[in-house]
Design a protein around this ligand. Sequence first.
Ligand SMILES: Cc1ncc(C[n+]2csc(CCO)c2C)c(N)n1
Length: 222
Amino acid sequence: MPSFFERLRADSIAVWQDYICHEFVNRLSDGSLPEEAFRTYLAQDYLFLIQFSRAHALAVYKAGNLSDMHEGLAGLKAIMDTEMDLHVGLCAGWGLSKSDLEALPEASQTIAYTRFVLETGLRGDLLDLQVALAPCILGYAEIGRLNEEAQPQGPTSSAYRNWLDEYSGKAYQSVAQAFSDWMDRTAERYLTEARYPSLLKTFSQASTLETDFWQMGLNAAQ
Ligand SMILES: Cc1ncc(C[n+]2csc(CCO)c2C)c(N)n1
């Protein structure tokens, strides 16, 4: 049986492909992405992750039982202890210190995406929140798999390869699988067909906001 994520993905395939195969990703993978696009993306992504941590904290609050609370907490720790450290490390290599990052203003695209996820979670239940989080967590895993063999060329090749390695690596792939399994368990309890169109809309909107986030990086290099 397909997972709930696979169903949402199939039902919003055009929007999903725009996100996963965005020009930003393709050029990161072949090494032709301008440095300024990547630097802008990285800096905004740090601000994104701060808000995304709050969304995971909200998942702990929205959890229906203790086991869901533990899952939410593990997700929160994965971001605050792993994902954010990766960013601080990458940013240091690009001349951006932690205090530089925290002082930056959030771009409209960062505000739009993160507040959309938070608001969806605040007004809905755990399933609404997981569906809003899914494009981020599961999309990057797919991007990692699709670009596992990529050999970026040019001066930024090792930085771009490090970024791809993070998401194609076993550790991240299993975090993503665990999230998809968790969403399946929530769907078993809370999904009704009457709710499906609204969940699909959330998934599709979050995927579009991911596309806008890539585009923000590209626009900075125009
Ligand atoms: C715009 C944007 N979208 C998705 C991710 C990926 N991501 C965010 S949190 C996290 C860890 C989940 O446990 C991962 C992989 C990102 N960094 N930036």
